[in-house]
Design a protein around this ligand. Structure first.
Ligand SMILES: Nc1ncnc2c1ncn2[C@@H]1O[C@H](COP(=O)(O)OP(=O)(O)OP(=O)(O)O)[C@@H](O)[C@H]1O
Length: 295
């Protein structure tokens, strides 16, 4: 096991913080950590990096305790913080020199390659950099020593769509090279395209941990059925199918596998049209939020 949270908890006051988080990330797995603002993503990540002492439970990476053995852990981990703290007065290149020096890095090949890839002028003083440029410096710093494990807190925040795609390509390449990646995100597409597993955090608690591939196959289908009369609408409403919306004669039904019940109900109605649409990962995500811990 690469990363393990065992009932990790940190309380910042009543109902605030993270509570009883348990999860495991295997070596070579890409784990997406999804949740709304204030859910506890950064707090979890800060524990992984050893910046915070848990109030209860523990976090470990490769069996090393994230709090008491953080110096050892940081040797093989690359970290991108949610908000990057820069040293005043330095330009991008000097900042990367400083971070590389702290790691006693000798080779700068990967750093050069990343700078070319993300296309930015490293000589710009950090004070004058845009949010996106600073984020690029942070990405280079996280990846430049070619770490085995990457812990990334909202890595694409501030990047334009082109650079977001470049970042996704980078993640897929690093994944192919066997790297273990734990990343938080608000972007469903980014998680869907890169991750094997997604953990959903809500109000400091894990609402779900799902394999992305089985999540994709268990997606519900939405049938927007246009019927011919009000009686048909009633007929569908009484059919026991899961009705999502009714708009005049258009009844939207959510179906997951139970097509026979749908066909039987439709056979009793006058049908003018049927549109079929698959639920997006984003809708599934919102569904988890709405239903809270019930799922
Ligand atoms: N050092 C702290 N002291 C007190 N409360 C804190 C501290 N750090 C975080 N919190 C609170 O804990 C909760 C979780 O915050 P956290 O930053 O982990 O959320 P997040 O999921 O990363 O959100 P975002 O997407 O906005 O970055 C919030 O209610 C936040 O106000």
């Amino acid at each position: 096991m690469s990363i393990k949270l065992n009932r990790l908890s940190k309380s910042f006051g009543p109902g605030k913080g993270i509570f009883d988080l348990s999860l495991e990330v295997r070596e070579g797995e890409v784990f997406g950590y999804l949740g709304p603002n204030g859910a506890g993503k950064s707090t979890t990540i800060r524990h992984l990096m050893g910046f915070m002492k848990p109030s209860g439970g523990s976090a470990s990476i490769r069996r090393l305790d994230c709090w008491s053995q953080s110096a050892e852990i940081q040797q093989f981990v690359g970290y991108l913080p949610g908000e990057i703290a820069f040293v005043e007065g330095l330009n991008g290149s000097e900042m990367l020199d400083l971070l590389g020096g702290m790691r006693k890095m000798r080779s700068t090949a990967k750093r050069k390659q990343l700078i070319d890839r993300f296309q930015f002028d490293v000589k710009t003083p950090i004070k004058k950099m845009s949010k996106g440029m600073k984020q690029k410096v942070g990405i280079v710093a996280a990846f430049m020593h070619d770490p085995d494990i990457l812990i990334l807190d909202e890595p694409t925040s501030g990047l334009d769509p082109l650079m977001q795609s470049e970042f996704i390509r980078l993640i897929l390449e690093e994944k192919a090279r066997g790297k273990t990646i734990f990343m938080s995100s608000h972007l469903f597409e980014e998680i869907e395209r890169t991750c094997d597993t997604v953990g959903i955090i809500k109000d400091g608690r894990l609402a779900a941990i799902e394999n992305i591939h089985s999540l994709q196959s268990s997606r519900q289908k939405m049938f927007a059925i246009t019927v011919k009369s009000q009686d048909d609408v009633l007929q569908l409403q009484q059919s026991g199918l899961r009705i999502i919306a009714v708009q005049e004669f258009i009844v939207t039904v959510e179906v997951q596998g139970n097509y026979e019940a749908l066909v039987q109900a439709l056979a009793r109605c006058g049908i003018a049209n049927i549109d079929i649409r698959q639920q997006s990962l984003e809708e599934m995500f919102m569904d988890y939020y709405d239903r809270g811990m019930a799922k």
